[in-house]
Design a protein around this ligand. Sequence first.
Ligand code: CP
Ligand code: NVA
Length: 353
Amino acid sequence: ADGRATPDRLATSPSGEPVTTKDVTLPSGRAVPPPGWLRGRDLLSSADVSSAELAALLDAAIALKAARAAGARYAPGRPLEGRAVALLFDRPSLRTRASFEVGTRWLGGHSVDLSGGGVGLGTRESVPDVGRVLDRLFDAVVVRTPSQAAVTELAHVAEIPVINALTDVEHPCQALADLLTIRERLGRLEGVVLAFVGDGNNVFHSLALAGALAGMEVRIAHPDGYAPSDGIVEKARAIAAGSGGRIVLGGDPREAVADADVVYTDAWTSMGQEAEAAARRTAFREYVVDEALLSAAPDHAIVMHCLPAHRGEEIVDAVIDGPRSAVFDQAENRLHAQDALLAAILGDDEAER
Ligand code: CP
Ligand code: NVA
């Protein structure tokens, strides 16, 4: 009754040793990619990786998660040994900041928390100048700031990899963790139907792009005036055309969830939209993920939310705390998915040092 199908997990290598992340064959039949296999790459959007790269990142995340579950105090080979990662957060965060900090340390590197508005990205100092300085001090930067354009500008100037930790437009690290969670729970991604109920926001945008890469059908039921960005939908549809996925907009929440494998929701009011909160509460009042809505979904459907949740608004206690909720797995999987990302773009193995 916990909704788990065939978990795509790997606790030990074929020889019975704890996973080393090298030369391991996953249940998918693919080998785990070695550290540094995406060296130097940025992740500004979910669409910055190909379908094959996304699948391999999830493979690596599964292997690293298994190594942690087997009790490894550090990731095998400490792929980030001697590396410094800047965490530049202009907005509040629990999961993203904490998981990058814990993950960097577990991978053998260290992070420096530059949050608190002290840096003043684009205010105290120009974005390019911040990028030039970070380049001299760090090996990668993880940035959360409202403007996607600022993150793009930072990545353009900085030689070091830039990871988008949430803008008003995208949240690609969340989408990686979400797809990892779906793969664990449902045993596959291709053909999975995800119904997003709520705002066409940053979390939806990144999910639509990542879901399209993975050959999923990603739907959104949203009130008038809260549709996702046309540009993102167009891009996701172009990707879906090559992967067998689909992006579907509009419709009533009950229709959207009727044959869905995943029911997903997020805040009605995102960070930076606080002045619109009252109007949004009115606009979204028919978009609550509650037991009545869930009763319209198939019995096997799981419930997801990126958190933080506004209990009693977009989701009710009985659902988020219920047996079909994968919400806290998602939160944990932020760590494993980002570990895979960091090891891919920044890691090396002991032999290379
Ligand atoms: N889901 C998520 O990004 O959470 P935080 O805002 O707490 O990082
Ligand atoms: N859409 C939400 C996600 C928080 C992780 C926001 O941008 O505030």
